[in-house]
Design a protein around this ligand. Structure first.
Ligand code: FAD
Ligand code: NAD
Length: 405
């Protein structure tokens, strides 16, 4: 009998957990497992704000996929997935086609620009290794150029961060530590540097504990970061951004660096493949399958799971993607073994910790608020745990964060 072929798209948090669990749960003769990813490396998306600011080298943030999978059981294909044809049960790749019996879509998200003019052209996003490297290089180039130019362009030393959600705040935390280093390196007076965070909602980190938000803002402001809260970015231009002021007015903020960190939507493949979706995310069934598709599982940022307590979607996080990866693997293993009684996904929310640079953080862990060194320690333990879950002790020792104090 032909072995079923399981294709996993994406080697991020969700995809790698799925594959590493499948390779344990299924024998070589039970199924063929194929993992497809754009790059031959996995990157820790949750560490990209550090690589973007330049506080952590991008090589620390990534590792070779082939080193963490069982290559005798999993066939790794480096390719870009373009579209899923559910009728024909095929995935179209930039290098050919792959057919499947079971498919896991774990391709992550992309930046959500809400159609705001100019963002795609003039703003950076913290999305992957390439974009992180580009932001780091760009900021450094502005400092280096300012140092040599005769007619000084002050806008080179202005950085705008769009959005004070978790990504924006974590990036600001890194900038708070990186800017003094850059000023020292390029002999620039730190008073000339402006880092401005523009947030549309009436508060930073909307929905998060107000006391912790106050702590985070005070910490970042003490590092010189300015906040424009309740202010929406309306446009990005070659010179900077335009923000809304009052009912009908606008204001221009000149900046040579604009980093857009105001939310994500699912991978465009979801829309291109005509899955039922909301902003590129598939509202999955309880067993994580796409509606009306008994052989397609969708997990991570491409999926949408409703928190029934508040009747709103869970925010897309690595935490949920990894838990979904575990369940997708065990449900597929069941199907392969002929058991159609699949388990339902129940999110086990362990809490949220948001870093404020390498040395400070805020969080709610198992319902308890934490700040300062303790929170920072926890954040690093969470980062290490993600490595451990995929590559055990060797990967954790190689890539982990152990600079606790
Ligand atoms: P990802 O981990 O993003 O992986 C997607 C994979 O698919 C990547 O390897 C990518 O290269 C590959 N891929 C994409 N398109 C294609 C294609 N067309 N073909 C082939 N391969 C492709 N969440 C938390 O829980 N805690 C945090 O502390 C946290 N911090 C964050 C910090 C930052 C700066 C950011 C940006 C996000 C953070 N998040 C955090 C959110 C979290 O990173 C995402 O929710 C998580 O990465 C989603 O996992 P995923 O498996 O869906 O996708
Ligand atoms: P987000 O949706 O959480 O926050 C985006 C922010 O941008 C919001 O505060 C929103 O009001 C603001 N915004 C939207 N439009 C704007 C505009 N026109 N002008 C100014 N501000 C605007 O998105 P994110 O921060 O990118 O996070 C994406 C996902 O990743 C979330 O699910 C988040 O929970 C997760 N994440 C988690 C962590 C962590 O747990 N430490 C860290 C980073 C990201």
């Amino acid at each position: 009998m032909k072995r079923p072929k399981i294709v996993v798209l994406g080697a991020g948090y969700g995809g790698l957990i799925t594959v590493t669990r499948l390779q344990k749960q299924l024998g070589n003769n039970e199924a063929d497992i194929v993992l497809v990813n754009k790059n031959d490396y996995h990157y820790e998306t949750t560490w990209l704000h550090e690589a973007s600011a330049g506080t952590l080298h991008h090589d620390r943030v990534r590792y070779d996929i082939k080193k963490v999978i069982d290559n005798s059981k999993v066939d790794f294909v480096q390719a870009t997935a373009l579209k899923v044809d559910h009728q024909a049960k095929k995935v179209l790749l930039d290098s050919g086609e792959l057919d499947y019996d079971y498919l896991v879509v774990a391709l992550g998200g992309v930046s959500e620009t809400f159609g705001i003019t100019g963002l795609d052209k003039y703003a950076f996003t913290i999305s992957n290794i390439n974009s992180a490297r580009q932001i780091r290089e760009h900021i450094e180039y502005q400092f280096a150029t300012y140092a040599v130019e005769e007619e000084k362009n002050a806008d080179r030393l202005t950085i705008v961060v769009g959005g004070a959600g978790f990504t924006g705040i974590e990036f600001l935390g890194e900038l708070g530590n990186r800017i003094p280093e850059l000023c020292e390196e390029y002999d620039i007076d730190q008073k000339l540097v402006r880092v401005i965070c523009v947030e549309a909602a009436p508060t930073a980190l909307p929905g998060f504990d107000p006391e912790l938000v106050k702590y985070a803002m005070a910490h970042l402001e003490s590092k010189g970061i300015e906040f424009m809260i309740g202010t929406a970015i309306k446009e990005a231009t070659p010179e900077g951004i335009i923000v809304a002021k009052g009912e009908n007015e606008t204001e221009e903020i000149k900046a040579e660096t604009v980093v857009w960190a105001a939310g994500v939507r699912g991978n465009p493949i979801i829309e291109a493949s005509e899955f039922e979706n909301m902003r590129g995310r598939v509202k999955v069934e309880k067993d994580l399958r796409a509606p009306n598709l008994s052989d397609v599982f969708v997990i991570g940022d491409c999926s949408l799971v409703i928190n029934e307590e508040i009747n709103r979607p869970y925010p897309p996080t690595a935490q949920i993607a990894m838990q979904q990866g575990e369940l997708a693997a065990s449900n597929i293993a069941k199907l392969v073994k002929g058991n159609t009684n699949l388990d339902s996904f129940v999110f086990d929310n362990k809490g949220t910790v948001c870093s404020l640079g390498d040395d400070d953080a805020i969080g709610v862990v198992f319902g308890k608020k934490v700040t300062g060194t303790k929170a920072s320690f926890m954040k690093k333990m969470i980062d290490n745990r993600a490595l451990f879950m995929v590559g055990g002790v060797p990967l954790t020792m190689k890539k982990g964060k152990f600079n606790f104090f």
